[in-house]
Design a protein around this ligand. Structure first.
Ligand code: ATP
Length: 275
């Protein structure tokens, strides 16, 4: 189902042109990723779609109300200098309808359900600040989902999380997408983008679109690669532990160095084969 259409959009901050002649239509059946270098204008484009910047003449919406779009901003922009429990953070997603602190049982049920959809229900009573980066990101996604949400827009949800958590987050987004929620995500991790997206928008002032028909194939290669290297990495760590306890340190260290060399060789070969 068509959700929005951008027609010949240009955008400048003061006199600096950031986006030029952007054309993009988004259908909810697509998992859309936006990639591009730092400063390419990805967040600006998201803010325009969200109506956070005062300019959207060239963006038309279809089959979608403004309150059905949910946004997960970059985690680094979220102030965590306050003590709040996970459930309270998720309930903040109802802000606008509620006065903080006056939530009904029904609201709490909704928040728990949203936490369940990101497999974080066990953490409802924990302090948000005590969670890992990946867990916090999932809670922020739950906060975006707590209200009725047809389109989820995320700005770098995998920044500052390890590769295993990054895959978990994309798996979760993929599951939400399969349930009918539209996904538009900015991401710098090209492996994740290739493995999960149906459409990739490459932004470099102008926008270049790439249809990703091979997603399933790329996903299996990517996950296999990740798993193999993770196992390998554990082996290296175990050897290192052994090495530190061993009297013949020298030998072990050289083995580990070889092992590391092989690992980077494997990654290089994988990347070359894929290219
Ligand atoms: N409020 C603002 N006023 C003036 N310039 C801005 C403003 N916000 C962003 N910019 C500039 O616009 C350009 C695009 O910024 P934007 O944050 O959209 O890039 P991005 O692609 O999301 O970057 P990153 O990958 O680093 O997050 C940058 O040069 C930035 O300095």
């Amino acid at each position: 189902m068509l959700y929005f259409k951008i027609n010949n959009l240009n955008y400048s901050y003061d006199k600096e042109e950031i986006l030029k002649n952007i054309n993009l239509s988004y259908d909810s059946r697509e998992f859309l990723s936006i990639i591009g270098a730092n400063g390419a204008g990805k967040s600006t484009l998201l803010k325009l779609i969200l109506g956070l910047l005062d300019f959207k003449k060239q963006i038309e919406f279809f089959n979608l109300q403004k309150n059905e779009i949910a946004y997960v901003p970059q985690q680094s922009l979220i102030n965590t200098n306050f003590n709040a429990r996970v459930l309270e953070i998720v309930l903040m997603g109802l802000v606008g309808q509620k006065i903080f602190g006056f939530y009904t049982k029904e609201d709490k049920k909704k928040a728990l359900k949203a936490l369940e959809s990101v497999a974080m229900e066990e953490f409802w009573n924990k302090n948000f600040n005590d969670l890992s980066g990946g867990q916090r990101q999932k809670v922020l996604i739950a906060r975006a989902l707590v209200d009725k949400c047809k389109l989820l827009i995320l700005d770098e949800p995998t920044a500052s999380v390890d590769s295993k958590s990054a895959v978990q987050i994309f798996e979760m987004l993929s599951a939400l997408h399969n349930k009918g929620i539209g996904i538009v995500v900015v991401c710098h991790d090209i492996n994740l983008v290739l493995a999960y997206s149906d459409k990739i928008a490459h932004l470099n002032k102008e926008l270049f679109l790439h249809k990703n028909d091979k997603k399933e194939k790329q996903k299996s290669v990517f996950l296999k690669h990740l798993y193999e290297n993770h196992t390998h990495f554990c082996d290296v760590e175990m050897s290192l532990e052994h090495c530190l306890q061993c009297e013949k340190k020298q030998n072990c260290e050289s083995k580990i160095l070889n092992c590391n060399k092989n690992m980077s060789k494997n990654i290089t070969t994988f990347r070359q084969n894929r290219a």
